[in-house]
Design a protein around this ligand. Structure first.
Ligand SMILES: O=C(O)CCC(=O)C(=O)O
Length: 275
């Protein structure tokens, strides 16, 4: 079953980003993809926390998701996309991962990032996502799609194998990690973490990434990738001169069945209970 990753270089212009996303949805559908996967923060990447909160509350931002839903219907393609959404807490937003089905353009699943990116990577590289963002409090069950059952996560969640295990235990065949990894952590950890999650969950891992400079302060690592349950990289975005574009890949679920049968991972939860 054919699918596509859309790699992006989102800016703070929601209008520009929406036009780019629509263009890539149309292209993916024309190439025969049944689903398209976008990276974290597809709607915009702002320069700072205040700007993120402000942009989230604009009418234009509400129209972003509406525009994507309408395009999903027109192009008859399932869309997985990440946007900023208002939370019930004043001054704070959610980092959301959304599955849109194309029949009526409705939202089939919505996940709010539960692990927020609060890290100190040295001078000028401190990130405190929790200053602007509320952590999610629920993990939705994997959503049924033409590719198989998809478990939703976002970026920094990739570092928490427990979440991947949980989604697998709920029936996931595919884990998605839409991302905007930093250049430093991306170069050191991105591929290793993606392959590790595919191997330890025995799921496909689909990781659409933001790439390049979004503004004077923020640059993302890129390298969108798809890994099969054996840990093999089956597709990767390698055109470094074109930050935005499509990466087509095929999901064959019989690989997951084969790997799970060959290496059964019978967990001893009686010996290592929840931490
Ligand atoms: O885990 C990392 O190194 C990057 C995570 C990140 O950039 C994010 O969650 O936004």
């Amino acid at each position: 079953m054919l699918a596509a990753i859309a790699q992006l270089q989102s800016t703070k212009s929601i209008f520009r980003n929406l036009a780019k996303c629509k263009e890539l949805i149309i292209e993916a559908a024309a190439k025969g993809a049944s689903c398209i996967f976008f990276p974290e923060a597809s709607d915009f990447i702002a320069e700072n926390v205040n700007e993120s909160v402000e942009l989230t509350s604009t009418e234009e931002n509400k129209k972003f998701l509406q525009g994507i839903c309408e395009q999903a219907i027109r192009s008859k393609i399932h869309v997985n996309i990440c946007v900023h959404e208002a939370s019930e807490c004043a001054g704070k937003i959610y980092n959301s991962n959304i599955w849109i089905e194309p029949t009526r353009g409705t939202i089939a699943a919505r996940y709010h990032k539960v692990h927020l990116f609060d890290v100190d990577l040295g001078p000028g590289k401190t990130f405190k996502e929790s200053n602007s963002t509320m952590p999610g409090t629920e993990i939705p069950s994997p959503v049924m799609t033409p590719l198989g059952k998809v478990g939703l996560a976002i970026c920094f969640d990739l570092r928490f194998p427990e979440l991947a295990q949980h989604l697998r235990s709920k029936g996931a065949d595919i884990l998605v990690y839409p991302s905007a990894f930093t250049e430093k952590t991306g170069a050191a950890h991105w591929e290793t973490l993606l392959r590790a999650r595919a191997i330890d969950s025995q799921c496909f891992v689909v990781a659409a990434a933001q790439h390049g400079a979004h503004n004077a302060k923020r640059t993302s690592y890129g390298h969108s990738m798809v890994i099969d349950p054996w840990g093999t990289v089956i597709a990767q975005y390698s055109d470094m001169n074109t930050p935005e574009g499509l990466l087509l890949f095929d999901v064959n679920l019989s690989i997951a069945e084969r790997v799970r049968r060959a290496i059964p991972l019978a967990r001893r939860n009686d010996l290592y209970p929840k931490l």
